[in-house]
Design a protein around this ligand. Structure first.
Ligand code: CDP
Length: 228
């Protein structure tokens, strides 16, 4: 039986997490943002200092209780019993996360956790970079979400309530491109579209339209119907 998973992958700031959360709410599924767990591991790696030693990072993750907690709607990343919340999204974490995510031992540790959370009675919308290619290659529905670097940069600045002048958009687009390149060129589970994923370019779509497309695709025999 295929896992009750909708896999949404795509480059940085393509709107995966907000789209995945809205799709999950519409379908009554749980939402799990795998990037948040990579960011949680990165916080511990930064605390340990460079260069990141995978064994030390993962020992710290176990000892300090880096976990995912289900709140009835979504999985949130906790450290020592407290949600990491906005600490996951600092510029420092964002600039270090690709290097930490390239470590095969870190990916194995995270994948074991992600796979352990999916149960037949709890379907999940899971977003990331390698969900459809490596974590759940037999997911019944896979979506590769993308948009032009400029559109993604503008959306990210607006999401952070920052000035979206053309110079700022250009600078942010360069940062996003560098992270996409690092994520696409790493040897282990690089960012790429699974062959059987629906390609969804959201450059000219409204948020409601992109969510609606995925919800329509979710009418699939391999996916349970729960209703939001
Ligand atoms: O939200 P944003 O698009 O900025 O990124 P994210 O989903 O929070 O992911 C942060 C980073 O985690 C990515 O740039 C990847 O390096 C890594 N990641 C990954 O390698 N595999 C995943 N399944 C999810 C995230």
């Amino acid at each position: 039986m295929s896992p009750p998973v909708i896999a949404i992958d795509g480059p940085a700031a393509s709107g995966k997490s907000s789209t995945a959360a809205a799709v999950a709410a519409a379908l009554g599924y749980a939402h799990l943002d795998s990037g948040a767990l990579y960011r949680g591991v990165t916080i511990l790696a930064l605390e340990l200092g460079a260069p990141p030693e995978p064994e030390a990072i993962l020992r710290s993750a176990e000892a300090r209780g880096l976990t995912l907690h289900y709140d009835g709607r979504a999985f949130e990343v906790y450290l020592a019993g407290e949600p990491l919340g906005e600490r996951l999204r600092t510029a420092e974490v964002t600039s270090a996360v690709s290097a930490v995510s390239a470590l095969p031992a870190v990916r194995e540790w995270i994948n074991a956790r992600l796979r352990g959370l999916v149960r037949p009675d709890r379907p999940v919308v899971l977003d990331g970079r390698d969900i459809g290619t490596a974590v759940f290659p037999d997911a019944p529905l896979k979506v590769f979400l993308t948009a032009s670097p400029e559109v993604r940069a503008r959306r990210r600045l607006q999401q952070r309530n920052e000035d979206a002048s053309s110079a700022r958009v250009e600078a942010e687009a360069r940062i996003l491109k560098a992270r996409d390149e690092a994520d696409s060129k790493r040897p282990t589970a690089p960012l790429r579209k699974a062959q059987d994923a629906h390609l969804l370019d959201t450059s000219d779509l409204t948020f409601e339209e992109q969510v609606g497309r995925i919800v329509a695709w979710a009418a699939h025999p391999g996916l349970p119907k729960i209703g939001g």
